[in-house]
Every structure is written in C-alpha cells, then in structure tokens.
Design a protein around this ligand. Structure first.
Ligand SMILES: *[C@@H]1O[C@H](CO)[C@@H](O)[C@H](O)[C@H]1NC(C)=O
Length: 201
C-alpha cells in the first residue's frame, strides 16, 4: 500500500512516468485558468495537431481558437498512439479542424501562438492560431509545420518558444481556458498553451 502510494507520488512528479526535460511557454492572453497537463502514452511524442475554431460571428461574440489537441506517435516504432484529450471545460464553441502532422519520424519541438491583444470594451478573442516546428528525432533537422491557412482571424504571432533539448520532443500539453462567461459575456476560451518535452529513450 505504502509502496504503491510512493510510486504514485513519484509518477506524478515526472508526468505519468515521463522524464520532462523542459517546459515550453510563450506570452498568451490575460484570461482563464490552466487545466491539467495531459500526456501522450509512455514512449510516444506529439507529431501533429488540430484546432477547435469558431468562425467569425459578425455582430455576435467571437472566440476564435478555443482548444488544441495533439496526435501522438511512438518514438521507436513510429506507430500512431492516439490523440491527447482537450481541456475539460465542457461549454465550448466552434468545430474541430483536420489534423496537420509532421513527416513521419519528426516530432514537435517548439511552438508560436497568435494572440489578439486585449480590446478594452470591444470583443476579445485571445488565442487565434498556433504553429509548431517538427524535428527529426535522429539528426535534429527541423522545419515549421502550420495548418492552412497559417493564421487565425485576429491578432499577431508572438516569438517562438524555446525548443525541446536535443534527444527530447513534446509529449504533453496544458491549456489556459477562460470558462463560459454567460450569454451576455465576452468569451475568449483559449488564452495560452504550454508544452512539455520528454526524453526520447
Ligand atoms: C531523420 O534523420 C535520419 C538520419 O540522418 C535519416 O536517416 C532519416 O531519413 C530522417 N527522417 C526523416 C523522416 O527525414
């Protein structure tokens, strides 16, 4: 019993048994709270993403980018190992777009976020789009991977995050989401993202 408890604590500290080498963060929006970190299965890394986006609403409240989900792939066998679950808040707008992926054998190692700055009494949307770099886990060569059309409706891209150290790649995601603001409120939903790098082998 006690051994099991200690094992549980130890595995929470390293992210479900994963060895975290770095966390990647950027400047995001002002609102919301961080959800839990969700990880790819042991031995797997993120190699693609999809976004839940609400198209422009005209005179009604816009929220733009609302959630991000990662696809995972085993770092050794290169078999697909499922998608990691989005942030748990249930009230959410928009629809999921397609998965955009790195070339097989490449994994996500850094990101940049397009954020709309606060609009005062006007309609805020916060995070609008995200792009990544993919890196060959063997030789370290990397390139930018962006879902088309490459940017969201409002705001500008901030600088790139730091990169996962060589020999590691993104294995976990955390989302900062503003909860539903009621029918009269100004919702923004997704405000920021954080990614966690895990050691490969
Ligand atoms: C990754 O790098 C290795 C070593 O240079 C190379 O053999 C392999 O083809 C590269 N993988 C991809 C998907 O480009």
């Amino acid at each position: 019993m006690q051994g099991g408890f200690l094992l549980l604590i130890a595995s929470l500290c390293v992210g479900e048994g994963r060895e975290i080498t770095k966390s990647l963060s950027v400047q995001g929006g002002n609102w919301g709270t961080w959800g839990q970190v969700v990880y790819c299965p042991e031995g797997s890394f993120a190699d693609g993403y999809k976004m839940k986006i609400e198209p422009p609403q005209g005179f009604r409240d816009d929220t733009s980018l609302n959630r991000v989900s990662l696809s995972c792939r085993d770092g050794t066998t290169l078999e697909a190992s499922g998608d990691v679950a989005p942030h748990p808040h249930t009230q959410s707008f928009g629809t999921w777009g397609p998965m955009t992926s790195c070339q097989r054998g490449h994994f996500i190692t850094s990101f940049a976020l397009q954020v709309e700055r606060p609009q005062g009494s006007d309609d805020d949307t916060a995070a609008n789009f995200v792009k990544f770099t993919c890196r060959n886990i063997t030789n370290g060569e990397s390139y930018v991977m962006i879902q088309q059309p490459g940017a969201g409706y409002w705001g500008t891209y901030g600088p790139w995050s730091e990169s996962c150290p060589l020999g590691s790649a993104v294995c976990g995601i955390q989302q900062k989401v503003e909860p539903y603001q009621s029918i009269l409120g100004d919702d923004t939903e997704l405000n920021n993202l954080k990614f966690y790098c895990c050691k490969h082998i």
